[in-house]
Design a protein around this ligand. Structure first.
Ligand SMILES: *[C@@H]1O[C@H](CO)[C@@H](O)[C@H](O)[C@H]1NC(C)=O
Ligand SMILES: *[C@@H]1O[C@H](CO)[C@@H](O)[C@H](O)[C@H]1NC(C)=O
Ligand SMILES: *[C@@H]1O[C@H](CO)[C@@H](O)[C@H](O)[C@H]1NC(C)=O
Ligand SMILES: *[C@@H]1O[C@H](CO)[C@@H](O)[C@H](O)[C@H]1NC(C)=O
Ligand SMILES: *[C@@H]1O[C@H](CO)[C@@H](O)[C@H](O)[C@H]1NC(C)=O
Ligand SMILES: *[C@@H]1O[C@H](CO)[C@@H](O)[C@H](O)[C@H]1NC(C)=O
Ligand SMILES: *[C@@H]1O[C@H](CO)[C@@H](O)[C@H](O)[C@H]1NC(C)=O
Ligand SMILES: *[C@@H]1O[C@H](CO)[C@@H](O)[C@H](O)[C@H]1NC(C)=O
Ligand SMILES: *[C@@H]1O[C@H](CO)[C@@H](O)[C@H](O)[C@H]1NC(C)=O
Ligand SMILES: *[C@@H]1O[C@H](CO)[C@@H](O)[C@H](O)[C@H]1NC(C)=O
Length: 881
């Protein structure tokens, strides 16, 4: 037999065996649980026939009820198996035993249904070791008793033996026994060894186990009528490190008729075993008869008719163990047959002293990462959580995954990690457990609707993996750590009456800068000084701000045309889509803009004046580039037309026109809500930020102005006309220099002077836009001496009254703190020196803070101070849409 091999275990190191014998005789490392035993009255006790120290299982399992068997039991199952624990509640109930990771153990579970419940119905259920199935326990098949023994190497320091309900019947267990084994015993190439049969040969009822067997294997006596027993009273020599008990080896079976083989048969199918499992056979021989010099006992081992090993001659009064790994599917029709057949020269029939037969069993699913298991245990303990199905491995088997958890499950051989923890409405009290920070792969954390108190801990903001945090509906207090402002993190904290979510109490406290400003009656001198200080502080903080907001918003492309390929239209199509240029909706720097329809979607068709000096190739290259730029705050280019003299660009249509028209100086359809104005500013800033750092290659708009900020049906801002400045001069308001493009009043003076273009030029223009949004003053005043809007603000600033600066259309209905902060941002953007201007990312950060301030005021007014919903998506959209 090719795939089998033999190992003779004669020569194992004797000293090792001695060490183990000493340890084992102490019962060192033994765990002997008499399940269902009353903890107080009888535990622990010494079982008299074995000397084993049994104790109650009560401290190793948190669930189940105790019962007592009524029926008589077979002798080997008498004591300590009278009581039992059964599990009417929960699908999976588990014992947790402390073991040493990497050590090999004999793990034994005993199940005896002695009609404890009077129902006379034999239970059927599954047995698991951690995340892996070990066996199906069918007490109907072997009604009086079932025992499962396995040699298994512990994969963690906590062994979880679980009983899993699979039908209507109630799982039960009578005993759990654990015995440490020598590492080199019962080696397998892979997997653990599940016991099928372990026998010795004697005419008796009594089984052998501890202390006859130092490892407490259970040896059941066996005898057939066609066999004759031979035995010795002499001592045996044993140098095997895991030998059968000497008492077992002193007897041997031989066939009564010396001319027939000694035959052993098994039908392992009764174990419902995977037919691909390997068999592991250990046969123990020792000559117990006195043979004369001319006599010989010699035989071969034959497995299902095939030669397995031999010839073998058992040594006199000395143990010889034959070990063989037998491949699967070698047992015909479910029957495995081992024959010992004498050779021709043998003068005696074959003999056998003991044997063990095991099946290799694979446990492929890794246990959940031990660190995560420890954390979840610590969380369970700190909240005194008791959930019936939070037992066993948290992540596997998948159908028994702990409720409220989700885990990675890509590969069985990789320990799963916990990715989601949902403890909402779990009656949690106390503070947010610091152990949570050790769940380093956690993406979602839901602690909503509990009674958690204390502050929101800083560490939540530092957990890089977190995407969603829900802390709403608790009693949290204090303020939100700055770190929770991370982009890409969705944070919900509403329904915490004591929690301050406004910027003024955000950590680290910047509020000392703002406190005097809040008191808007303070003298002008103080305010001007504060503005100066603020800028200084901001400069110092600029790297931090940069880090917080570095990443531009991802392009969402939620418009009708987003992510579609650009389309080149024929001029005839342009005529058709605009219904022969019927409806003019604007006149821009490059030409007239008409309303049109493409595939029933509205579009804006910009017909370009034919002043372009470029050829078609360059134009096309540039348009192709623009078509690829998609951001929710940038107007989408749908297509273009280039046919002879006819050039046109087709954009998505934004029904609410441009921002300029919503800031009329006298009455009109003005947006008179500070919050909406801030949001429009923020969205425009996000569009610009994307152009500056989010798209490739980066772009400078060069013509940022209120007329180029368009508003969709929900008044969401989208920046228009970007990317074209290289091809087209911006027409009427252009500076004399042909290099410099831009609109008077919005044009960066430094760029105008030097011709050196940078993103900071857009920042300047944006500053002017923001000043318009705040003040609604003309960018260049015809009437005033202070011609530019910046100078106008400067002159008002010296008086220190925000009300005089703010657009009176807003009706003083704004948070002055928020207004001051926005004004500071605008003024620093519009600083004549480009080096003093912030980046768009910093601007975005500041505008978000403004919105938070304004929001908390609105909430206070509405008596909803307990309602604050901060999330990266909602905080920037305070208005319901
Ligand atoms: C049995 O084990 C327990 C601990 O499990 C120990 O306290 C007790 O002393 C032991 N009893 C004997 C007789 O060794
Ligand atoms: C058995 O294995 C464990 C873990 O690998 C190791 O700590 C221990 O020393 C080993 N014992 C023997 C006897 O080899
Ligand atoms: C169970 O044990 C009882 C008493 O020892 C015996 O009479 C009965 O035959 C056994 N039943 C089975 C199915 O082994
Ligand atoms: C069992 O495996 C260990 C490690 O793989 C090895 O050192 C030892 O010799 C093996 N023992 C036997 C009996 O094969
Ligand atoms: C022993 O077995 C052989 C072969 O099966 C048979 O011929 C013989 O009669 C048997 N002897 C006895 C005494 O049963
Ligand atoms: C054993 O005897 C059988 C028949 O009696 C014979 O076929 C076989 O060759 C013999 N084997 C040896 C090794 O002599
Ligand atoms: C758990 O996470 C997986 C991805 O790892 C996802 O497919 C699955 O829907 C999640 N299950 C639940 C209940 O959230
Ligand atoms: C947490 O569980 C609750 C109730 O089972 C559910 O409503 C909520 O959506 C879950 N939270 C997350 C983040 O999945
Ligand atoms: C969390 O991890 C730190 C560092 O690894 C460790 O000191 C601490 O004990 C862990 N806490 C818990 C509850 O696991
Ligand atoms: C929450 O905890 C506070 C303080 O311990 C207590 O007064 C309050 O009754 C608790 N509320 C609930 C719903 O348990």
């Amino acid at each position: 037999m090719e795939s089998s091999y033999l190992v003779l275990l004669l020569m194992l190191i004797a000293t090792l065996a001695i060490i183990h014998i000493v340890q084992a005789q102490d019962q060192q490392g033994f765990i002997s649980l008499d399940c269902g035993l009353s903890e107080k009255e009888q535990s622990p006790y010494i079982e008299t026939s074995t000397g084993l120290n049994f104790s109650s299982d009560a401290t190793f399992i948190q669930s189940g009820k105790t019962g007592e068997n009524k029926a008589n039991l077979a002798s080997e199952f008498k004591k300590p198996y009278r009581t039992l624990r059964y599990f009417p509640d929960g699908k999976r109930n588990c014992y947790n035993l402390n073991v040493e990771k990497g050590l090999k153990y004999l793990i034994r579970t005993v199940f005896i249904y002695g009609n404890y419940d009077g129902h006379d119905t034999s239970p059927v259920f599954d047995l698991y070791l951690g995340p892996n199935k070990w066996a199906t326990i069918d007490l109907g098949q072997r009604r009086n008793n079932t025992r499962e023994d396995i040699f298994h190497i512990a994969t963690s320091n906590l062994l979880k033996i679980c009983l899993v309900k699979t039908g209507e019947t109630t799982p039960l267990i009578s005993a759990v026994e654990l015995r440490p084994m020598p590492n080199d015993s019962y080696n397998t190439t892979s997997g653990s060894l599940r016991l099928y049969s372990c026998r010795y040969f004697k005419e008796t009822e009594s089984y052998l186990r501890y202390s006859a067997d130092i490892y407490d294997r259970i040896w059941i006596p066996k005898l057939k009528k066609e066999w004759t027993l031979i035995s010795t009273s002499s001592d045996l020599k044993i140098s095997n490190s895991f030998p059968p008990p000497k008492d077992a080896l002193k007897n041997a079976a031989t066939p009564s008729n010396a001319s027939v083989p000694l035959t052993l048969e098994w039908s392992p199918q009764s174990l419902s075993i995977n037919t691909l499992d390997y068999y592991y056979l250990y046969v123990h021989f020792a000559e117990v008869q006195d043979l004369q010099a001319n006599e010989i006992r010699e035989f071969n081992l034959v497995w299902n008719g095939q030669h397995l090993e031999g010839p073998v001659t058992p040594p006199k009064l000395e143990l010889l163990t034959v070990f063989s790994r037998l491949p699967p599917r070698t047992c015909n029709e479910g029957k495995c047959i081992l024959q010992l057949i004498s050779t021709n020269r043998s003068t005696h029939p074959p003999l056998i002293n003991a044997y063990e037969l095991y099946l290799a069993i694979q446990f492929p699913q890794s246990e959940t990462d031990e660190r995560d298991v420890n954390v979840i245990k610590s969380i369970t303990a700190s909240y005194a959580l008791s959930r019936i199905n939070w037992q066993g491995d948290p992540c596997f088997p998948q159908q028994l995954r702990w409720d409220g958890l989700n885990c990675t499950d890509a590969d069985m051989s990789i320990p799963p990690r916990i990715t989601s923890l949902n403890l909402s409405s779990s009656g949690l009290t106390g503070t947010i457990a610091s152990a949570i920070q050790n769940l380093t792969q956690l993406e979602k954390l839901d602690l909503s609707n509990n009674n958690l108190t204390g502050e929101v801990p800083e560490f939540l903001g530092n957990m890089k993996s977190l995407l969603v945090i829900n802390l709403s509906g608790n009693n949290l207090s204090g303020s939100l750590p700055q770190a929770l402002q991370r982009k890409g993190l969705k944070l919900s904290v509403q329904g915490n009456p004591e929690l301050c979510v406004s910027d003024s109490c955000r950590k680290p406290p910047k509020k000392n800068i703002f406190v005097p400003i809040v008191a808007s009656v303070a003298s002008a001198a103080i305010i001007v000084a504060m503005l100066v200080i603020y800028r200084l502080v901001k400069k110092k903080n600029s790297t931090i701000l940069q880090n917080l907001t570095q990443r531009p918003s991802a392009p969402t492309g939620n418009t009708t045309f987003a992510n579609k390929k650009s389309k080149r239209f024929k001029y005839s199509e342009v005529i058709k889509m605009t219904n022969n240029f019927q409806s003019v909706i604007g006149i821009g720097g490059f030409g007239k803009v008409y309303r049109g329809t493409v595939n029933s979607s509205e579009v804006a068709v910009k017909v370009l004046s034919q002043s372009s000096s470029q050829g078609y190739k360059e134009f096309k290259a540039e348009v192709e580039l623009l078509v690829r730029v998609h951001h929710t705050n940038l107007v989408t280019l749908v297509g273009y037309c280039y046919e002879g003299d006819h050039l046109a660009l087709i954009y998505e249509f934004l029904p609410n026109g441009d921002l300029q028209h919503h800031l009329p100086r006298r009455g009109g359809r003005s947006i008179n809500n500070w919050s909406i104005r801030l949001r429009i500013a923020l969205e425009s800033a996000q569009g610009l930020e994307y152009l500056h750092i989010g798209c490739s290659p980066p772009m400078v708009h060069r013509d940022v102005k209120t007329a180029n900020i368009l508003l969709d049906e929900n008044f969401k801002a989208k920046v228009a006309d970007f990317g074209l400045s290289r091809s087209f001069k911006s027409g009427v308001e252009c500076q004399e220099s042909t290099v410099v493009a831009g609109t008077l009043g919005y044009l960066d003076p430094e760029y105008a002077r030097s011709g050196q273009l940078s993103a900071k030029s857009d920042v300047y223009s944006f500053g002017v836009v923001l000043l318009e949004i705040i003040t609604n003053q003309p960018v260049i005043s015809q009437a005033s001496e202070d011609a530019h809007i910046r100078d106008w603000v400067d002159s008002k600033l010296s008086r220190g009254d925000i009300i005089e600066i703010m657009d009176p259309n807003l009706g003083k209905d704004y948070d002055s703190n928020s207004a001051w902060r926005a004004l500071e941002v605008a003024m620093s953007c519009a600083d004549p020196s480009s080096s003093k201007r912030p980046s768009m990312s910093q601007v975005i950060h500041e505008l978000k803070e403004c919105i938070v301030l304004e929001n908390s005021r609105v909430n206070n007014i509405q008596g909803l101070e307990s309602q604050a919903n901060i999330s990266s998506s909602t905080s920037v959209r305070p208005m319901a849409r």
